[in-house]
Design a protein around this ligand. Sequence first.
Ligand code: CDP
Length: 231
Amino acid sequence: MTDVHTTSVKARTIAIDGPAASGKSVAGAGVAARLGYRFFDTGAMYRAMTWLALRRAIDAHDADALVALAENARIDVREAPVGDAERTIVIIDGADATPHLRDADVEAHVSLVSRVPGVRTALVRIQRDLAAEGGVVMAGRDIGTVVLPQADLKVYLDASRRVRAERRAAQMRGGSQAPDIDALMADLARRDGIDSTRETSPLTAADDAEIINTDQMSIDEVVARIVELAS
Ligand code: CDP
């Protein structure tokens, strides 16, 4: 990358972790655009795996079947064109999972699938390959702690559950149903609970992560702060 911005940037690999709807994806994509880096949202990979499992009628509690699926699936991860709602495209076993990543049944099961250690091993291997050449921003739950512990910059984005629910509601406005903030908060609490308490790679800030509480920050401010930390 020869972008003029990158010449003074020290961090070649940037890990962004945080709970659901903390803004990792939109901030991460913004940082990558500013630096001329690639951006990958690893949540899209766990969602795609969940979508495939549901399509194959695999029980989200059947760890052996999920691991076999993850180990054998052909997973192709690409950056989405600028302007697409999803920032990461996932083609899994030849089918494009991207339009289905936010389906209600995927949303309901993704944290169960993601807690299976063998599923994580298979996906982490692909994530490390994607990041190997640097010039990358990667977002998830365990990027700074497990996937890229050597990342040059680790950021942990946080926000209160109410603010996160309101942001998710804002994304959904214009849809057929008015978003219910209490229901969104309950769903975030459920997913945060599973993600934070699982035995393998629980959601937690790395010891050397910069923690940014984004309650009072716009996306542009978050992006600017991360670019500043990377420089
Ligand atoms: O977009 P949102 O913040 O709601 O979630 P996401 O980043 O798409 O992640 C969906 C789910 O995938 C999370 O709730 C985790 O259960 C799982 N996940 C994970 O376990 N590890 C990652 N690196 C990324 C996502």
